[in-house]
Design a protein around this ligand. Structure first.
Ligand SMILES: [Fe+2]
Length: 175
């Protein structure tokens, strides 16, 4: 495995670095888009608990943007964005759910949890891969920074899971 990685860096290091930068720019755009979108999710959520999850994640997302800017500095690249088509689609799904569910309903919250977990999974997949590429490219500090963000995304997804489970419990009690 070690020889294989050394081989990648030796022969494809520049190409892999280019791919890495594209990935960082994609996430930089995606996180900025989320900063604009999370307040709407918090505003339209029904339960106080779900609103808090979105508001907390907004603060974390701001930190993710700052961390990406630090990463661009470390690798000596300008902090540029690249439009993330996946995030456009995921946010569109959130809007569709808001439009197709009633205000102040538990179904609205189910829909928002469903849609925002897809966002978290996209981010978890992206940061996990970027962290691994950072290791391969021997950007130890960058890999550490990406791991911090990755852990926060995993945590945010866990909170959404906990809420979904609490709802299942509540609906079961109400039945
Ligand atoms: Fe994030």
């Amino acid at each position: 495995m070690k020889n294989y990685i050394t081989d990648i860096v030796k022969h494809n290091g520049a190409k892999l670095r280019k791919l890495f930068i594209i990935g960082l720019r994609d996430m930089y755009w995606a996180e900025k888009k989320l900063i604009k979108s999370l307040p709407k999710l918090a505003r339209t959520a029904t339960s106080e608990d779900l609103k808090v999850v979105f508001e907390t994640h907004l603060t974390e997302t701001q930190a993710h943007v700052n961390r990406l800017e630090r990463i661009f500095k470390v690798i000596d690249e300008p902090a540029k964005t690249k439009k993330c088509s996946a995030m456009v689609g995921l946010i569109n799904e959130c809007d569709e759910i808001i439009e197709s569910t009633e205000e102040q309903s538990s179904v609205r919250d189910w829909g928002l949890i469903f849609a925002s977990q897809k966002i978290e999974h996209y981010e978890i997949a992206s940061y996990g891969t970027l962290r691994t590429i950072a290791h391969i490219l021997r950007y130890a500090e960058v890999a550490e920074l990406l791991q911090i963000t990755l852990d926060e995304e995993i945590q945010a997804n866990g909170k959404l899971n906990d809420l979904a489970e609490a709802y299942i419990y509540m609906e079961a009690v109400l039945d």
